[in-house]
Design a protein around this ligand. Structure first.
Ligand code: LER
Ligand code: MN
Length: 276
C-alpha cells in the first residue's frame, strides 16, 4: 500500500528550499489532515524545536502519521557531515543524526540522511568518504532498529554530493554497510537529473527502497513539471513498493496550491493503492 505524505519545514535558514508547508506545525498538520494526506515529514532545526507531546496530539487529532524526519539541518545550520575529514566533526555529525533517529523513533518514523552525507573533499577521497558513510549507516541503522524502523539514505544529484548520485550507487553503499536496516530514499527530482531511466532505476532498487520524494522535474508539485509518471508508477507497482510518496516540493505558486496539487495527483496516479 502506498501512502501520501507532505513536508513541513521548521528551519528558517532553509527558506527557498523544497518544502510545501512552513513554520507552523499546527496549521500545517490541520491542512494536511483536511486534504486527506496520510502523513507528514518534518524538517526540523533541532530535536527540541517542538514539544513532542504536542506533536503526538496534533497527529492524532488530524489522523496523520509522522513518516520521517530530516537531518539536513545538521549541515545547513552547523556544517556537520558524516564524511568530514575531521574525526571529531564526523562523531558530532553522527550524534546529531542519532538524536533525530531517537526523535523520529518515538513516532515510529524514520530519520533521513540526505545532505548530512557530505561529499569527498578536503583530502578525503571518494572511496574513503564512502567508507566513513558506510560505517555511519551501520551504526545509525542498527540504532534505528530498536524502534523497528529503517534508517533512510538518499542519493542526491551531482550538485549536492559526489558520493552517491544514483540508485545503483545507493544499492552498492547499502551492500557495503554492515546492517540490513537502511533503505534508500528515492527522490524523483534528483533521479530526473541523474538516472538514464527513472523506472529502470526504481527496478534496480527493488527491495531496497523505503521512501519516495514525490515531486516533478522542476521540483514543483507533481504535475507542475514535465515528468512522465506512468512508467514510474508502473515500476513502483512492479517492485511492490509500499512506502510513502512524500511531496518534497517547492511551495509554488503557494503552499496550499502545491499541497492540493500533490494530493490530487497522488489520488489520480495511485488510486488503486490508496486507502483514504
Ligand atoms: C533532501 O531530501 C533532498 O532532497 C536534498 O536535495 C536536500 O538538500
Ligand atoms: Mn529529497
Amino acid at each position: 500500500m502506498i501512502r501520501s505524505c507532505v513536508t513541513i519545514s521548521l528551519v528558517e535558514q532553509a527558506r527557498g528550499g523544497p518544502f510545501v508547508f512552513w513554520d507552523d506545525l499546527d496549521a500545517a498538520c490541520e491542512k494536511a489532515g483536511r486534504l486527506g494526506f496520510d502523513a507528514v515529514e518534518i524538517f526540523t532545526p533541532a530535536i527540541d524545536a517542538f514539544d513532542r507531546n504536542h506533536l503526538h496530539g496534533l497527529l492524532h487529532k488530524h489522523d496523520l502519521a509522522l513518516a520521517a524526519v530530516g537531518t539536513g539541518a545538521g549541515w545547513v545550520l552547523h556544517k556537520l557531515s558524516l564524511t568530514d575529514a575531521d574525526p571529531a566533526r564526523r562523531a558530532e555529525a553522527r550524534e546529531f543524526v542519532r538524536g533525530v533517529v531517537d526523535l523520529a523513533g518515538e513516532f515510529n518514523a524514520s530519520a533521513i540522511i540526505g545532505s548530512m552525507q557530505g561529499r569527498a573533499a578536503d583530502g578525503v577521497d571518494r572511496d574513503t568518504a564512502l567508507g566513513y558513510l558506510a560505517e555511519a549507516l551501520t551504526d545509525l541503522g542498527e540504532h534505528a532498529a530498536r524502534y523497528n524502523v529503517p534508517l533512510l539514505y538518499e542519493p542526491l544529484n551531482r550538485y549536492e554530493t559526489n558520493l552517491c548520485n544514483t540508485v545503483e550507487h545507493g544499492v552498492a553503499l547499502l551492500d557495503r554497510a554492515d546492517t540490513s536496516n537502511v533503505r534508500l530514499l528515492c527522490d524523483l527530482f534528483h533521479m530526473n537529473i541523474e538516472e538514464v531511466s527513472i523506472a529502470d532505476a526504481l527496478r534496480c532498487g527493488a527491495g531496497a527502497i523505503g521512501h519516495l520524494h514525490f515531486v516533478d522535474s522542476n521540483r514543483r508539485a507533481a504535475g507542475f513539471g514535465h515528468l512522465d509518471y506512468a512508467p514510474i508508477i508502473e515500476a513502483l507497482a512492479e517492485i511492490g513498493y509500499d512506502g510513502y510518496a512524500c511531496a518534497e516540493a517547492l511551495p509554488l505558486p503557494d503552499p496550499d496550491t502545491a499541497a492540493k496539487q500533490t494530493i490530487d495527483q497522488f489520488n489520480t496516479l495511485f488510486a488503486h493503492w490508496s486507502h483514504k
